[in-house]
Design a protein around this ligand. Structure first.
Ligand code: ADP
Ligand code: ASP
Ligand code: MG
Length: 403
């Protein structure tokens, strides 16, 4: 078998843990498997590097940002290769540019285009372990790129797809994918299996256990993806097709995202073309808009509310203030909001999920500010101070609590 193993930041946080990781790699090698390993930077290191960039230059060049923040993974891949060699395992590190892992040139959030595998495959076939830093690649501009925060997951899945691996094992600091973030809701339950679709929604709605792009790639390339703990031997969570799951829940999980800010325009003229003008201007400024609500108008004006990522909120306000042909009486901005979403493929065939959700929140007197739905999820925007209360109440209301 050919396996890709990925170890996250806490799993390689110090030399002792890197030694434990090496033992897990060695176990797969001893079992006769070909192994490629993807590592993250030691936990906290990438944050520190990002901080250095901010301190050096608030408006820094994204190409140089990538040069700096990609270094954390270079350190851990070299260290793991050394420790593996000490255990008598043949191992060699390969930086993103050496493989190469080709990406586009959208620095700081690049996408992988292709991975050259000939050399890697011939080494794997000779029994050598390839240790590859996650998160980094080689841009079309011939410079180092990075894949966005949490991007090592994507390196691992893309590599598993390119190498035609039998399995991609994502080792992290929890035992798998849970019904919701186990650090916030202690009664969260580990899922044995979750569909690609649900995992994709969970990730894009805030569950950072897997980077969204990695799930997308796994789904498109049918990568057998598993999330498990590097600290225990408990079985993890398999991310798979819907037909592999026998007992389907209506709601499989609850996700939350604090990366939200709400912008409200009060007293907007209620006439054709206004929405096009507001959201057209935001799109031109590359600002991603998520939820949108518009009220009915009684006096020829209406209130328009939308959400953007927190980092974009000041820019969004500026764009709206400058947008031509948009008149309003006031702009209000609120960054103390959180988006909470319930997710489940069972929603396609069951009604009443939104009702249960709204009732559970009402019972705790949590006000819903904005709602959005899709086929397999319902999201609400609420005040950030109620994050934990909302997650716990919804978890209980949907019968997800562990016995
Ligand atoms: P790594 O460094 O291994 O990549 P991350 O911190 O990126 O780890 O992701 C693991 C974390 O994701 C967990 O510690 C947990 O707090 C968080 N998380 C959020 N939602 C979930 C969920 N539904 N299931 C499991 N973990 C989750
Ligand atoms: N080290 C990078 C980050 O912290 C990539 C990763 O760990 O997945 O975002
Ligand atoms: Mg991660």
């Amino acid at each position: 078998m050919r396996i890709v193993q990925k170890f996250g930041g806490t799993s390689v946080a110090n030399i002792e843990r890197i030694q434990a990781v090496a033992e897990r790699v060695k176990a797969e090698v001893d079992a006769g498997h070909q192994v490629a390993v993807v590592v993250s930077a030691m936990s906290g290191v990438t944050n520190q590097l990002v901080e250095y960039c901010r301190a050096a230059s608030p408006m820094h060049d994204a190409r140089e940002y990538d040069v700096v923040v990609s270094t954390g993974e270079q350190v851990t891949s070299g260290l793991l290769a050394m420790v593996l060699q000490n255990l008598g395992v043949q191992a060699r590190s390969w930086m993103g540019w050496q493989v190469p892992i080709h990406t586009d040139s959208v620095h700081s959030k690049s996408r992988i285009d292709s991975i050259e595998t000939d050399e890697l495959v011939s080494r794997l076939e000779k029994g050598q372990v390839a240790v590859i830093p996650g998160f980094q690649g080689l841009g079309a501009d011939n410079r180092i790129t990075t894949l966005g925060r949490g991007g090592s997951d994507t390196t691992a899945v893309a590599l598993a797809a390119a190498l035609n691996a039998d399995r991609c094992d994502i080792y992290t600091d929890v035992e798998g994918v849970y019904t919701t973030d186990p650090r916030i809701v202690p009664s969260a339950r580990k899922l044995d299996k979750i569909t690609y679709e649900e995992m994709l929604e969970m990730a894009s709605l805030g569950a950072k256990v897997l980077q969204t792009r990695s799930v997308e790639l796994a789904m498109n390339h049918h990568v057998r993806l598993q999330v498990l703990s590097s600290f225990t031997t408990a079985p993890g969570t398999l991310v798979c097709d819907e037909d592999e799951i026998v007992e389907k829940e209506i709601v499989s999980g609850i996700a939350y995202s604090r990366d939200e800010a709400k912008v409200t325009l009060i007293g907007v003229a209620d006439s054709p073309g206004i929405a096009a003008s507001i959201f057209g201007s935001l799109a031109d400024a590359s600002i991603n808009v998520d939820m949108i609500v518009q009220n009915v108008s009684e006096d020829g004006t209406t209130d328009m509310t939308f959400t953007v990522g927190r980092a974009d909120v000041d820019r969004a306000r500026g764009v709206v203030e400058r947008a031509e042909a948009v008149t309003y009486s006031e702009v209000r901005v609120d960054s103390q909001v959180v988006k909470v979403s319930v997710i489940g493929v069972g929603m396609r065939s069951h009604v009443g999920v939104a009702k249960t959700m709204f009732e559970a929140l009402a019972e705790k007197s949590i006000n819903i500010q904005v709602i959005s739905t899709s086929e397999i999820k319902v999201s609400v925007l609420i005040s950030e101070e109620y994050t934990e209360l909302a997650l716990r109440s919804l978890h209980t209301a949907f019968g997800l609590d562990a016995e």
